[in-house]
Design a protein around this ligand. Structure first.
Ligand code: NAP
Ligand code: ZN
Length: 366
């Protein structure tokens, strides 16, 4: 059965402050963008914090051939804030409530994926930025901005007990790691590998640890070893050390690969035990070379995972509330966003940048 759909009837537009990129080589600069006035089932949110995902960097620099960037581009899909206005058909939110938005702002709500709570696979889903904007034309603009208007179904409730700057990254880094960890049955007694200790990786460590698994982090950065242990890892392997890698041959139930750049995945596939699975969430543009032998022996499987559905995102936020889990963040003013993107490109962040959006008031927009 299809869910009742309220069609947003936009009554107009208003101006919002933002940071946008004019092209793949441009820095992000202050800009004024248009947002729709909230219609019947819309929620308008004042953005308080927005996380910086490596996908923002890929998209701003037009690194994904499958998803070319339309400029100007306003990135940001790890959004947390406060409701400022709601449409007449909105029932779950009131002005003043905390609210969050992740990578999705719309879908058709009637396909098999939507009806199964997997809106992220809907053929007609709208991403928070760089998707066609069915209301205003052009493309959608993301959370590096002071406000956003989103259909109620795609707005998440934020537990009151969590630090807001650390909640923002849960909306992408959190759900992207929580979802495959749940799907592949990570529990006590399982041996789980996390490849890459960045924004996604550090959340994967926290979740796998919270589910009781034995967690091994694979990193290219020896200086992250101690942090990995503090985040909940039981062991840390510097992945460039072949000897250390070989100690773990054929031993993992599940490995999650969060690496944003080209790397050899066969060296991880051979660490899986019989019927073990490795899931890719990292999204480098260049195709991976996969050795058939790595998969044939021990009936291993290789899969991927894309964020998570709305209901599962809400479930993840409740799980975080119960287990007191948030992202470890470096809070930055928006004026430092270009420096932060440079540092992210060098894997130099502990472990997610979260932009304090109140600082946007200090920037003169054009
Ligand atoms: P991030 O914070 O930059 O973390 C990526 C980590 O990968 C780095 O910290 C680094 O960890 C490792 N790494 C970087 N370059 C490497 C290289 N050349 N060789 C080996 N390891 C390297 O990025 P993120 O925000 O976590 O995102 C990671 C990837 O996931 C991106 O490609 C992003 O687009 C993608 N993503 C996918 C989804 C999805 O739905 N599937 C959602 C969000 C993001 P060490 O220093 O520990 O080696
Ligand atoms: Zn993301």
């Amino acid at each position: 059965m299809s869910t009742t759909q309220f069609v947003s009837k936009s009554t107009g537009q208003y101006e919002s402050k933002a940071y946008s990129a004019a092209g793949p080589e441009s820095s992000l600069t202050p800009a004024t963008i248009k947002r729709r006035e909230p219609g019947g089932d819309d929620v308008q949110i004042e953005i308080l914090f927005c996380g910086i995902c490596h996908s923002d960097l890929h998209q701003v620099r037009n690194e994904w051939s499958a998803m070319p960037t339309v400029y100007p581009c306003v990135p940001g899909h790890e959004i947390v804030g406060r409701v400022t206005k709601v449409g007449t058909a909105v029932t779950k939110f009131r002005p003043g409530d905390l609210a969050a938005v992740g990578c999705l702002v719309d879908s058709d709500r009637s396909c098999n994926s939507c009806e199964s709570g997997l809106e992220q696979f809907c053929p007609n889903m709208t991403l928070t930025y760089n998707s066609p904007d069915t209301h205003l034309g052009g493309v959608t603009f993301g959370g590096y901005s002071d406000s956003i208007v989103v259909k109620e179904h795609f707005v998440l409730k934020v537990p009151e007990n969590l630090n807001l700057a650390g909640v923002a990254p849960l909306l992408c880094a959190g759900i992207t790691t929580y979802s495959p960890i749940r799907h592949w049955g990570v529990t006590k007694g399982k041996k789980v590998g996390v490849v890459g200790l960045g924004g996604l990786g550090h959340m994967a460590v926290k979740f796998a640890h919270a589910f009781g698994a034995h967690v091994v982090v694979f990193t290219t950065s020896p200086k992250k070893k101690e942090d990995a242990l503090n985040l909940g890892a039981d062991e840390v392997v510097v992945s460039r050390n072949i000897e250390e890698m070989n100690k773990h041959l054929t031993s993992f139930d599940f490995i999650i690969d969060t690496v944003s750049a080209e790397h050899d995945i066969n060296s991880y596939l051979q660490l899986l035990r019989p019927d073990g699975n490795m899931t890719l969430v990292g999204a480098p543009d260049k195709p991976h070379a996969v050795s058939a032998m790595s998969l044939l022996f021990n009936r291993r499987s290789l899969s991927g995972s894309l964020i998570g559905g709305i209901a599962e995102t809400q479930e993840m936020l409740e799980f975080c509330s119960k287990h007191d889990i948030t992202a470890d963040v470096e809070i930055i003013p928006i004026q430092k966003v270009n420096e932060a993107l440079e540092r992210l490109a060098r894997a130099d962040v502990k472990y997610r940048f979260s932009i304090d959006m109140a600082t946007l008031k200090q920037s003169k927009t054009t």
